[in-house]
Design a protein around this ligand. Structure first.
Ligand code: SF4
Length: 242
């Protein structure tokens, strides 16, 4: 059974390809907000006590950035303690920009289980250079280095045989970042090679699971229409991706 939790519908950045930040309320009729710790605990407790629904999977993602919740690390600690004997969760995943995470919280997320639980990260980076990153995410360039360090920490954890960690590193092809897609791919392939970590280069979420997936995504507009399709197709063609 899958449990998808939206810890908040706020986001800490304003990506130019996303409409999330344009609305004061992304859920019609409701203002944006943060989940309380008591509600979070009740949801986790209720989910754990369900006698049906095994194996259980929690995904921390919906319309906001989960990791920007001020109590995020406290929430993760609660899940970690619940899963101490690895008999609660079969899978836990995050889709995140990892911008506001400190290294201790990243480690906490990686420690949430040993190899009996699959831990899955989908990390949006979308840039090779700090100024491109800042102009796409509409945030300070200074955030870029901590994002790269967080991603490296997670990738390094994925190489631990006592862990079952899968990492997706995402790059959405835009006019603003197209010129550095090759550097981006090269950088992360070399990082995995240098650390002897299994990886694949894929389009979107395609392909069998590997420790690291460097994934190239199209820029999707309304009704799933691919924008900048010529740029995206060019990248797929050059790297023989389908
Ligand atoms: S981080 Fe995600 S939710 Fe936030 S603005 Fe970017 S794409 Fe949208």
């Amino acid at each position: 059974m899958d449990l998808q939790i939206e810890l908040t519908d706020y986001c800490n950045v304003k990506c130019i390809y996303c409409s999330q930040h344009m609305d004061t309320g992304v859920h019609p009729g409701y203002k944006k907000g943060m989940m309380s710790y008591s509600n979070f605990k009740k949801i986790i407790d209720d989910f754990e006590s369900l006698s049906i629904g095994d194996p259980k999977h929690i995904v921390f993602q919906w319309l906001g950035e989960s990791t920007s919740h001020p109590k995020f690390s406290k929430f993760m600690k609660y899940v970690l303690d619940k899963n101490e004997k690895n008999n609660f969760l079969n899978n836990v995943s995050w889709v995140s920009n990892v911008i506001t995470l400190d290294v201790d919280t990243v480690k906490l997320m990686c420690e949430i289980s040993n190899k009996f639980t699959e831990i899955h990260f989908e990390l949006s980076i979308d840039a090779f250079l700090p100024d491109t990153f800042a102009s796409i995410k509409k945030c300070s360039e200074k955030k870029f280095n901590s994002v790269i360090e967080n991603v490296k920490t997670i990738i390094n954890y994925s190489n631990n045989p006592e862990k079952n960690i899968l990492v997706g590193i995402r790059f959405i092809v835009l006019e603003e970042n197209y010129r550095e897609v090759d550097d981006f791919i090269q950088f992360w392939m070399e990082y995995c090679d240098d650390n002897n970590i299994q990886y694949t280069l894929v389009s979107g979420g395609a392909g069998a699971p590997t420790k690291v997936k460097i994934s190239i995504w199209p820029y999707l507009g309304a009704w799933g229409k691919i924008l900048n399709e010529d740029l995206y197709e060019d990248v797929l063609k050059r790297y023989s991706l389908t």
